[in-house]
Design a protein around this ligand. Structure first.
Ligand SMILES: [Zn+2]
Length: 134
């Protein structure tokens, strides 16, 4: 019930790195929504090499907020069920999703807004990296 209404008193008072080390939970929907916005998405997809992260932080799925060890793992993930399920869920805007849940309980259902959600494209330089050796 209160899953979407988590309190955020301490949001942003820790460096990102530390957050990942101490918490194993995935990001909140609204956070992922934030990540998907044009400027943020680019930053996440072009993050600096960080060897604390799987794959040095180079293979990241925006929609699932997950790091993968290599391009192959990332591609496999894009084809996986959890990823596709996540895309579907993200087609509904997070806040609308929470609203709809609440509204449904009260008998007045507001249809959530739909939006198009697509798997991020793989950067060109990664593609060439894979087909090396000619
Ligand atoms: Zn994913």
């Amino acid at each position: 019930m209160g899953r979407y209404a988590r309190k955020k008193q301490h949001k942003g008072d820790k460096p990102l790195k530390e957050k990942y080390r101490t918490k194993r939970k995935t990001k909140d929907w609204d956070q992922i929504d934030e990540d998907l916005k044009p400027g943020n998405a680019e930053k996440l997809l072009n993050q600096e090499t960080d060897f604390d992260k799987p794959g040095a932080g180079k293979f990241y799925c925006l929609h699932c907020a997950k790091y993968f060890i290599d391009l192959h793992a990332l591609k496999e993930h894009f084809r996986s069920k959890p990823h596709k399920r996540r895309l579907k869920a993200l087609e509904l805007e997070p806040y609308t999703l929470a609203e709809a849940e609440r509204a449904a309980g009260m008998g007045s259902y507001i249809a959530p807004k739909k939006r198009k959600m697509e798997t991020q494209s793989i950067p060109e330089e990664m593609k060439t990296e894979e087909s090396e050796g000619t």
